[in-house]
Design a protein. Structure first.
Length: 212
């Protein structure tokens, strides 16, 4: 069964593929937005991560007729009272400018001491099924899962892997190393998105049941 991952970020598609392969889920063909005809995307104006993920899945189901997965994620910094939060991708003003976002975050923290540089990543993933698919499979039309990843913000970028704030995020499990220095497999194991996606594995297995 084809399942749309409502993202143009190829790394997110690969991440979910790795999770499914590790769990030995077969019968699911993941496709990204670049693999389906273009359609108008509703602005992400939600007040929460779940709201924004639902906007993307609703668009995907409506325009492609495919079961659709979307995540909305970001970093919440203690010193900034949980911001950037849902504004993480456009914190500097331009959506998806990782370098500018990281620069701005470092500038805002300035001389903040290490003990006050706590932060955590949040990922909310939504899987929405077309009504006919949900009915045929005896499944719900929507599944919502959440994962978090605790750590702190470093004083300078480290590593060139990952994306977003990964070069600045030091996971609690890997002191001295940023998320951008982890192998993809280790990041899948620890990350907020990996934890959220892992909760969808059995749902996707059920969705794939009988598919070749």
């Amino acid at each position: 069964m084809r399942v749309l991952v409502a993202s143009r970020n190829a790394k997110k598609l690969k991440e979910l593929n790795r999770v499914l392969e590790a769990a030995q889920v077969t019968g699911i063909e993941l496709v990204g937005l670049s693999d389906v005809p273009d359609y108008p995307e509703t602005p992400e104006t939600g007040a929460t991560f779940a709201d924004n993920a639902r906007i993307k899945t609703a668009d995907g189901v409506a325009h492609t007729g495919l079961p659709t997965i979307a995540d909305d994620s970001g970093i919440a910094v203690d010193e900034l009272r949980g911001m950037p939060g849902i504004l993480s991708a456009r914190w500097s003003g331009a959506h998806g400018d990782d370098e500018a976002n990281n620069r701005l975050l470092l500038g805002q923290l300035g001389d903040t001491p290490d003990e006050r540089r706590g932060a955590h990543y949040v990922s909310v993933c939504v899987l929405q099924l077309p009504e006919d698919v949900a009915s045929a499979k005896g499944m719900n039309t929507e599944y919502v899962v959440e994962g978090t990843w605790e750590g702190r913000v470093l004083r300078a970028p480290q590593g060139d892997g990952g994306f977003g704030y990964d070069p600045l995020f030091e996971p609690a499990e890997t002191p001295g190393h940023s998320a951008a220095e982890l192998s993809p497999e280790r990041k899948d194991e620890l990350s907020h998105r990996g934890k959220a996606l892992a909760q969808l594995v059995e749902v996707l297995r059920e969705l794939s049941d009988g598919e070749k």
